[in-house]
Design a protein around this ligand. Structure first.
Ligand code: ZN
Length: 91
């Protein structure tokens, strides 16, 4: 009986972590979708601009930093995933 409770506990913890991870990915994806349209996820104004961009190509992920001109919102994304096979490479 004790082993069953431990197993249940571990399953709950693992499930919670996976849920939190996918929830985080979903939120990040939603923000990236808005930013790609030039819209700030924070103040909903079309004032998003790229302030920094590193990497890219087929060698690795492109690290892009965005900033909003009307509020203090800023965020960074790793775009591309560094894989040419997935069609993420646009060079
Ligand atoms: Zn903003």
């Amino acid at each position: 009986m004790y082993e069953f409770l431990v197993l249940l506990f571990i399953t709950l913890i693992a499930g919670g972590l996976v849920w939190a991870y996918f929830r985080y990915l979903g939120e990040k994806g939603e923000r990236l979708h808005l930013i790609n349209q030039g819209i700030c996820p924070s103040c909903k104004q079309e004032t998003i601009e790229v302030v920094d961009q590193k990497g890219g190509g087929c060698s690795g992920t492109a690290f892009v930093e965005f900033k909003c001109r009307s509020c203090d919102y800023h965020d960074s994304f790793n775009i591309g995933g560094g894989s040419c096979g997935s069609g993420g490479c646009k060079v």
